[in-house]
Ligand binder design. Structure first.
Ligand SMILES: [Zn+2]
Length: 259
């Protein structure tokens, strides 16, 4: 297996958590890909043929698109997780589309092969069941957040979620994209970002938002980001520790393109 694929295995927390025979069972079936930003991994209604593991700073968003053409984020998934057939048993239709928001290396495995691997390994089944529980918790919390919390707090939740996943203070995200994620008009979002910037929490740049004060962002955000993160830490334990995040932090910083 090529060295870069080996490196990527360590750069997804779920894959990194696999040990011995479980890692050996899945490794030969993983294929390295590097889909560019905007790539649609699958559309809603399509059969999900692969499970994809974002690695390092890669981020995929699950989107719901409404009949009038608008869309909103339902979950943001990075190196802590996997996209597609996490819960199902392969080749079931997707309920959302999955779009690459931040390009990076990914590993993927065919759904049907994964089901066979899971069938043979209780630890792998347990790991995926725990991850599925966390992903559901993330979606449920976002559902409550979208209904109850003001836009500025929702915006901070999303920025903190992205910061966790790409491990870099510099978030490569445009106003257009963030507005689409939050389901608000771009002009409205720009006013919200200006307010957050005036508080010294972030710096808004061209195509980039820089995290200036993570602790104060957490204090200013609603409780939703903290709750989800705590759930991940409790349910996935060592898979989602601060050490795991720090490990990725180094990798992401090393690869970050300098403006
Ligand atoms: Zn909230």
């Amino acid at each position: 297996m090529p060295a870069e694929t080996n490196a990527s295995l360590r750069d997804n927390l779920l894959l990194e958590a696999l040990r011995g025979p479980d890692r050996d069972a899945i490794r030969p079936h993983l294929k390295a890909i590097f889909p560019p930003k905007g790539t649609v991994l699958f559309e809603a209604g399509e059969a999900v043929t692969h499970l994809t593991f974002p690695c390092r700073h890669a981020v995929v968003t699950l989107l719901i698109t409404t009949r009038d053409g608008r869309s909103a984020e339902t979950a943001t998934i990075g190196h802590e997780g996997a996209v597609g057939c996490v819960v199902g048993h392969g080749l079931l239709p997707a309920s959302t589309s999955a779009v690459v928001q931040i390009a990076g290396p990914m590993l993927r495995i065919e759904s049907q092969i994964l089901q066979e691997v899971k069938r043979r390994s209780a630890p792998i089944r347990d790991l995926f069941a725990r991850y599925a529980d966390c992903l559901l918790a993330q979606v449920l919390q976002a559902s409550a957040c979208n209904a109850l919390h003001p836009i500025e707090q929702r915006c901070l939740r999303w920025l903190l979620t992205l910061h966790d996943r790409i491990g870099s203070a510099s978030l490569p995200i445009t106003h257009e994209l963030l507005a689409a994620m939050l389901g608000v008009q771009r002009t409205y979002l720009t006013r919200v970002l200006s307010s957050v910037q005036d508080q010294g929490l972030i710096t808004v740049g061209r195509g980039r938002i820089v995290v200036r004060d993570r602790a104060r962002m957490e204090a200013a955000a609603c409780e939703c980001h903290g709750r989800v993160r705590q759930h991940y830490e409790t349910v996935l334990g060592a898979v989602y520790t601060a050490a795991g995040i720090d490990h990725l932090d180094v990798a992401a910083k090393a690869s970050e393109d300098v403006e």
